[in-house]
Write a protein that binds this ligand. Structure first.
Ligand SMILES: O=C(O)CCC(=O)C(=O)O
Length: 217
């Protein structure tokens, strides 16, 4: 049985620790979120990270919050400063932080206070390989992820890379929380449906913005 089936109508059989919250944000709220993100990006401009072997990522990122996730030839890690400007990240806008805390609470996690928000800026051909989020100090804190812009085909696996992967669509306004026994599930983005979803000047050619809130420190 795939998560597409599971998430279709029968939310009671979604794996423990996976909370898919559909259409949490209206188009007006998404538009306000785009504005907040644009303000963050004016202070913490998008940059293209690379893997440890020097291969550049396929998309730009930035961050807000006390800590920001970066990747370069020294590996994956959190940093207090933008790797190119050397300036501290701007704070997580209060409305976004509150929305992330509310999403965690709906998933059953009452005390989540994010100190890091990774901003993934996918172009129309954006994707992200299957991976685990494990650079955070406390891996018991949830991951709260907002989808904005184009639809994405999201891949969710198990706790081992070789575990079966289920795929389902994340649309603008959807929120996904991974917590508890699902906190370390492998996950990734197979592809976008670039013609879908709301557009914004942040991504003039279309694409998707993902905000991933974490407790990093
Ligand atoms: O774009 C997404 O929905 C997933 C992002 C993600 O997995 C990550 O930033 O670690």
């Amino acid at each position: 049985m795939s998560l597409t089936d599971l998430f279709g109508e029968t939310a009671d059989v979604v794996p423990q620790g996976v909370s898919l919250q559909r259409s949490v944000f209206s188009m007006e709220e998404i538009s306000r979120q785009f504005t907040m993100i644009a303000e963050v990006l004016a202070l913490s401009p998008p940059f293209r990270p690379c893997m440890r072997n020097g291969t550049p990522f396929g998309h730009d990122i930035s961050n807000c919050g006390a800590l920001g996730w970066i990747s370069d030839t020294r590996g994956y890690r959190y940093s207090r400063r933008h790797p190119e400007t050397g300036v501290a990240w701007s704070p997580i806008p209060a409305a976004l932080r509150d929305a992330a805390m509310a999403a965690a609470a709906r998933a059953g996690v009452a005390d989540f206070v994010p100190d890091a928000c990774l901003i993934n800026l996918y172009g129309p051909k954006g994707r992200m390989g299957l991976h685990q989020d494990r650079d955070e100090a406390d891996l018991t804190c949830p991951i709260v992820s907002f989808s904005l812009g184009a639809d994405a085909v999201f891949a969710l696996g198990g706790l081992e890379r070789r575990d079966p992967v289920s795929r389902f669509t994340l649309r603008a306004g959807d929120v996904l929380v991974l917590h508890g026994p699902s906190r370390l599930r492998f996950h990734g983005v197979d592809r976008l449906r670039p013609a879908s979803g709301p557009r914004h000047a942040i991504l003039p050619e279309g694409g998707r913005i993902n905000l991933t809130f974490r407790r990093a420190g």
